[in-house]
Design a protein around this ligand. Structure first.
Ligand SMILES: NC(=O)c1ccc[n+]([C@@H]2O[C@H](COP(=O)([O-])OP(=O)(O)OC[C@H]3O[C@@H](n4cnc5c(N)ncnc54)[C@H](O)[C@@H]3O)[C@@H](O)[C@H]2O)c1
Length: 387
């Protein structure tokens, strides 16, 4: 096998997007030392405490820099995880030691702007959800990445779980007969640490509903249209960083999606759901996603981001059976690690940016439908089935 330079490899991997075949990608080979993807993290708050331990265990990852506009947070993470550089601003991060992939973990409202700046500086991007504030902004990022022969991906990573794969295969194999309906829900009483969750551009749809929307569209196919209702249940909140604030983004939402072929699904999410499992979801072992068909039904046990099995009952086996009680190596915070491995090995991941864009279009359309009371048609699609 031929040995290519690190830069050349990354460029060729990026180009591979949807153009090169897997077999061609596999023909690249890197020396052992080159195999690590250099990573910079921007946003050193709550979720970075989940990402960093996972990334630092990966053989494909070299942590180069961390950055936060609250410099003491970047310094603390650098010390905790032996990251050699820390910066207080993206400009300094991008001008600092070279890296391949920026991992964006800031306030949601900042993602689009920061992701664009990283792409313009020649870096690949993994972004926490949402990828951008609007579908239009997200699409422009994907186009920019393509034009610069770079890659961008967005959370969530729910399609990576073995439970998702099991459900997808069961549907493809017709185990449920003709699929008719699905329901998914996720909520808790809301984050307490940062105001952005409740400000314009925040909300329960991009923070919570995003998981269920990704799962249901991933299982049932892209949605063609939707109707939705959104509301604000708690008009003001007390948060750690800003004290008492008015809530501007929806903290309660329900969406009905039409997937074509008669399939209708429902997602509900909110920041006003008392749930003894709380934000951590620890111990949640009841179904949160159910899919019905003419010959059977199946339910995902636990949350789609932390699944504990799939219960399935069919005409042939009416007694519900539990499959896959173990998520294996899947954890919700694995996205950037999985992407690093893909960049290093040239193997396309299951996570696809066009799926993330479709989810973003749904979130925006749900808000529009909630405001106008009208059904909204959707334009975007993604390669389906995923598994
Ligand atoms: N906290 C979780 O458990 C969790 C889980 C999954 C996904 N997420 C997602 O992760 C993202 C971050 O959430 P969080 O809970 O960690 O928030 P957080 O408020 O704890 O952390 C965000 C950090 O980003 C920093 N920041 C904001 N703007 C910046 C900028 N322009 N440049 C550099 N740093 C900047 C803030 O100072 C803060 O330290 C959100 O998109 C959220 O939806 C969070």
């Amino acid at each position: 096998m031929s040995i290519v330079s690190r830069k050349e490899f990354l460029q060729r991997t990026a180009m591979a997007g949807s153009v090169l075949l897997l077999s061609q990608l596999e023909s690249f080979a890197l020396t052992k030392a080159e195999k690590k993807i250099k990573i910079a993290i921007i946003g050193c708050g709550s979720v970075s405490g989940q990402y960093l331990p996972h990334l630092s265990k990966s053989p494909y990852v070299e942590l180069v820099s961390v950055c936060d506009i609250k410099p003491e947070r970047a310094k603390k993470r650098a010390e905790e995880f032996n990251v050699p550089n820390h910066f207080p601003h993206i400009d300094q991060l991008l001008a600092g030691p070279d890296f391949d992939l920026m991992v964006t973990l800031t306030d949601m409202q900042e993602h689009g702007r920061l992701n664009k700046q990283a792409l313009n500086a020649g870096r690949h991007v993994w972004s926490e959800k949402p990828l951008a504030n609007t579908y239009k902004e997200g699409k422009a990022l994907v186009d920019l990445a393509e034009s610069r022969k770079l890659r961008i991906w967005g959370a969530p990573a729910v399609v990576n779980s073995p439970q998702f794969a099991f459900m997808s295969k069961a549907l493809q194999e017709g185990k449920l007969g003709k699929v008719s309906s699905a329901h998914a829900h996720y909520g808790h009483t809301g984050p307490t640490w940062s105001a952005f969750f409740y400000e314009e551009g925040g909300g329960s749809l991009p923070d919570l509903g995003v998981y269920n929307i990704a799962t249901l569209t991933g299982l049932l196919g892209p949605a063609k249209s939707l109707v939705a209702m959104t509301s604000i249940v708690t008009p003001d909140r007390a948060v750690d960083d800003k004290g008492k604030i008015p809530v501007k983004a929806e903290d309660n939402a329900m969406i009905l999606m039409d997937h074509g072929n008669g399939v209708i699904s429902h997602v509900q999410c909110g920041f006003n759901y008392f749930d003894p499992y709380g934000h951590e979801g620890k111990g949640q072992d009841r179904p949160t996603i159910i899919i019905w068909g003419t010959q059977g039904n199946m339910a995902l046990v636990g949350y789609d981001w932390a699944p504990y099995g799939v219960d399935m009952a069919t005409r042939d086996h009416e007694q519900s059976q539990r499959f896959l009680p173990d998520p294996g190596t899947y954890v919700w915070q694995q996205g950037a690690t999985v992407i690093s491995e893909s960049l290093a090995t040239g193997k396309e991941p299951l996570i696809n940016v066009h799926h993330a864009l479709h989810v973003l279009e749904i979130i925006e359309a749900a808000r529009e439908s909630g405001k106008t009371g009208k059904r909204v048609r959707l334009q975007s699609e993604f390669k389906w089935p995923i598994v």
